[in-house]
Design a protein around this ligand. Structure first.
Ligand SMILES: NC(=O)c1ccc[n+]([C@@H]2O[C@H](COP(=O)([O-])OP(=O)(O)OC[C@H]3O[C@@H](n4cnc5c(N)ncnc54)[C@H](O)[C@@H]3O)[C@@H](O)[C@H]2O)c1
Length: 269
């Protein structure tokens, strides 16, 4: 079975490594020569030239998704999908693992693949600080553009890759799940940041308060550190608010901005 991993960055690299370790013939594609060189070091046949990728049975899409003019920028996912559509067999499975917004998988399936391929969405919950526990092989969600795709996708992830899955009733639920679970985390951190600023106003130690609160069975307040960083949480909450307005999520983003300013002032005092 031939697998092509398209996008070999923080996610694509461990995915290619994992797939190869499962004994599958693994190819890698990326527009970055550095990313190609990194996976070549672990024995993945990688290239920056799409024409050198043989017809694969499975395509895993793990390219960049970002923001452009405050809107989700999914152009790399569309770009790679078009390349796959030009060369793949209709029996192939395409798994989009990049973070996307609801509607993207069906749009790609209909407009690029003309409804003639198997397509699933299996987003990541990857945490680079603990790749063993929270890496490629952790419980993930899956959604398919139709029942046939879902069947092929579930077989690949569970039987061949040994990755546990929660099956979503629709692909849109899987797409939404990724960005709302990260928004949920964002809200929790923003609440901790808000409380820390509030504590400072009333002269209370936030860490003492947090330790006390977290003794309750259904409370798990995170630390308030340097602001909500890395790229996924700030990007994914904006993916959600790009769908429809949310007073709560907008407030959380304002809190994070306010907290960063507050922290900067504390450092200069
Ligand atoms: N890094 C994480 O911890 C994490 C966790 C969960 C989800 N995700 C999601 O996974 C996806 C990939 O994230 P990442 O952290 O690996 O990003 P990254 O920037 O580390 O890697 C993305 C790779 O895609 C390549 N690329 C960009 N455009 C391309 C194109 N048109 N064709 C081929 N390759 C292209 C880039 O050169 C890069 O090597 C994103 O959607 C991200 O939101 C990331």
């Amino acid at each position: 079975m031939k697998v092509c991993v398209a996008g070999l960055g923080q996610i694509g690299y461990p995915v290619a490594q994992y797939v190869k370790a499962k004994g599958l013939e693994t190819y890698g594609y990326d527009i970055s020569a550095a990313a190609v060189a990194r996976v070549a070091e672990i024995g993945v046949k990688a290239t920056a030239n799409w024409n050198e990728i043989p017809k694969a049975d499975i395509y895993i899409v793990s390219v960049t998704t970002g923001q452009l003019n405050d809107c989700p920028d999914l152009s790399a996912v569309f770009d790679v999908s078009k390349k796959i559509a030009q060369t793949s067999n209709l029996t192939a499975l395409v798994s989009i693992e990049s973070t996307i917004v609801p509607g993207t998988s069906q749009k790609i399936f209909k407009e690029i693949f003309k409804s003639k391929i198997n397509l699933v969405h299996v987003p990541h919950r990857y945490w680079g600080d603990e790749p063993e526990k929270h890496g490629v092989n952790q419980l993930r969600v899956i959604g398919g553009v139709n029942s046939a795709s879902l069947k092929v996708g579930v077989k690949l992830y569970t039987d061949i890759l040994g990755i546990p899955l929660h099956t979503c009733p629709t692909v849109e639920v899987a797409e939404m799940c990724k960005i709302t679970e990260n928004s949920h985390r964002y809200l929790q951190i923003a609440f901790a940041e808000d409380l820390k600023m509030l504590c400072s106003q009333i002269g209370m130690n936030f860490d003492d308060l947090r330790a006390a609160m977290n003794t309750k069975w259904n409370v798990d307040l995170p630390e308030a550190r340097d602001g909500i960083g890395r790229h996924c949480l700030p990007k994914d909450i904006r993916y959600v608010t790009s769908l429809a307005p949310s007073v709560l999520l907008d407030a959380a983003m304002k809190v994070d901005t306010q907290y960063r300013d507050w922290l900067a002032k504390q450092k200069h005092q």
